[in-house]
Design a protein around this ligand. Structure first.
Ligand code: DGL
Length: 266
C-alpha cells in the first residue's frame, strides 16, 4: 500500500462531514477523500435493494479509481442495510456507522431512549438486533425524521432554518407515549448532529444526544495504527451527479469549512 493511499468517507451529503471531522481530529495526517453521493440523495427513502446495489457499486468504482486503504460508510441507512454485503464484495476494510444504541443504553437514567433516523434506518432488522442485544431492558422509541436531512443540508450551506421546522419533523417523537421520560436521544443519521442545537431547544436541557462519529474515528485509528500516512495532495471532495454552477457553489460552501476546498465530479 502507498503511504498516500487515502481513507474514503462516503455519505449522500453533509452528514458524512460529522464523521470526517472526527477522523480529521483523530488522524490529522491521514489523506482523506470525502465522497457525497448527491445523485443518490436521499438514501433514507429508497428501498433496501436500491441502497445496497448503489452503495456496493459506487464504492467498488471509487475504490478502483482512488485505491483507498479503507472506506467508511458514514451513513446509518447504508450501513444498516448494506454493510455485510459491501464487506463481501470489497477487499479493503469497511467501517460502518450504526445507531449508537449501545452507548445510549449505558447513559440513560430513566430507561427511555429516543431514536431519530431515516425511514430506511428505523425499520432495519439490524436496529432490531442492536435493541435486543443492548437495550432489551429499556424502552426505545424510534421515530423516522427524513425531513431533517434537507434541513441539515440547508443549515450546512448557511441557509436559514428555524427551530419550528425541526420541531415539525420530530413531533411524532415528542408526542409519543412516555416521551416526557426520554433522557437520551440516539442521532441515528449522520446528518442529525448538525441540528443538535435546534433539537436541544425542542427537547430541553435534560436530554443527552449520542451518535457514532467519535467511535468510528477511534475504530479507523485502531485499524490503521501500524500504517504510515503521507499526503501527496490536499484532501478533496467528490460528488456524483450533474450540478449547475449555483449548486457547485452551495456544495463548496458546505465542504470548505472542513478543509475540502476542491469539489470534483465523479
Ligand atoms: N446521512 C444518512 C444516514 O446517516 C442519511 C441521509 C439520506 O437519507 O441520504 O442515514
Amino acid at each position: 500500500m502507498e503511504n498516500d493511499a487515502p481513507i474514503l468517507i462516503l455519505d449522500t451529503g453533509v452528514g458524512g462531514l460529522t464523521v470526517l471531522e472526527e477522523v480529521q481530529r483523530a488522524l490529522p495526517d491521514a489523506p482523506l477523500i470525502f465522497a457525497a453521493d448527491r445523485a443518490g440523495l436521499p438514501y433514507g427513502t429508497k428501498t433496501e435493494a436500491e441502497v445496497a446495489a448503489r452503495v456496493a457499486g459506487l464504492l467498488g468504482r471509487m475504490s478502483e479509481r482512488y485505491q483507498p486503504r479503507l472506506a467508511c460508510i458514514a451513513c446509518n441507512t447504508a450501513s444498516t442495510i448494506a454493510l455485510g454485503m459491501v464487506r463481501e464484495v470489497l477487499e479493503i476494510p469497511i467501517v460502518g456507522t450504526v445507531p449508537a444504541i449501545k452507548p445510549a443504553a449505558t447513559m440513560t437514567k430513566t430507561g427511555v431512549i429516543g431514536l431519530l433516523g431515516t425511514a430506511g434506518t428505523v425499520r432495519q432488522p439490524y436496529v432490531d438486533r442492536l435493541e435486543a442485544d443492548f437495550a432489551s431492558d429499556k424502552r426505545l422509541i424510534r421515530h423516522p425524521a427524513p425531513g431533517l436531512v434537507d434541513l441539515a443540508e440547508a443549515k450546512a450551506a448557511g441557509e436559514p432554518i428555524s427551530v419550528d421546522d425541526v420541531k415539525q419533523e420530530v413531533s411524532g417523537l415528542l408526542d409519543a407515549p412516555d416521551a416526557n421520560e426520554i433522557d437520551t436521544i440516539v442521532l441515528a443519521c449522520t446528518h442529525f448532529p448538525l441540528l443538535e442545537a435546534e433539537l436541544a431547544q425542542i427537547f430541553g436541557p435534560n436530554v443527552n444526544y449520542v451518535h457514532g462519529a467519535k467511535g468510528i474515528a477511534r475504530r479507523i485509528a485502531f485499524l490503521t495504527e501500524d500504517q504510515t500516512f503521507e499526503r501527496s495532495q490536499k484532501d478533496f471532495a467528490v460528488v456524483t451527479g450533474k450540478h449547475n454552477p449555483a449548486q457547485m457553489e452551495r456544495l463548496s460552501r458546505q465542504f470548505s469549512p472542513y478543509g475540502l476546498d476542491e469539489v470534483r465530479v465523479f
